[in-house]
Design a protein around this ligand. Structure first.
Ligand SMILES: [Cu+2]
Length: 119
């Protein structure tokens, strides 16, 4: 009985992070696009490990490149960075930390960049 209780306790501790994981649609209805204020979009949201971001955009018109802080500040994508271009990319946060995303083509011109802090 003690073992069952223990397992139940473990399940209750682990489950919420899975059950309550949130998928955020980046930019909501405006998607991942030029001219969207992603500083404002992030405001008031708290991201946790297990949550994911869905980037929706016209494939070929934009892409999603995972960069570091420097790449974010300078709008630089290196060949080592993961680049996504399907038009519907879902990225899940497995580790806490700061995450930086840019559109390689519009980061400079229209500020199409996103920084997310994951708790
Ligand atoms: Cu773009």
């Amino acid at each position: 009985m003690a073992r069952v209780t223990y397992l139940l306790l473990i399940a209750l501790l682990v489950l919420p992070s899975v059950v309550f994981a949130t998928q955020y649609v980046v930019g909501d209805d405006e998607g991942w696009n030029s001219g969207v204020d992603y500083y404002a979009w992030v405001e008031g949201k708290t991201f946790y490990v297990g949550d994911s971001l869905a980037f929706n955009y016209n494939a070929g018109a934009h892409n999603v490149v995972v960069v570091d802080a420097n790449g974010y500040d300078q709008c630089l994508a290196s060949p080592n960075n993961g680049a996504y271009n399907s038009g519907h990319d879902v990225l899940t946060f497995n580790v806490a930390g700061d995450y930086y995303f840019i559109c390689e083509w519009h980061c400079n011109h229209t500020d199409q960049k996103l920084k997310v802090t994951v708790n």
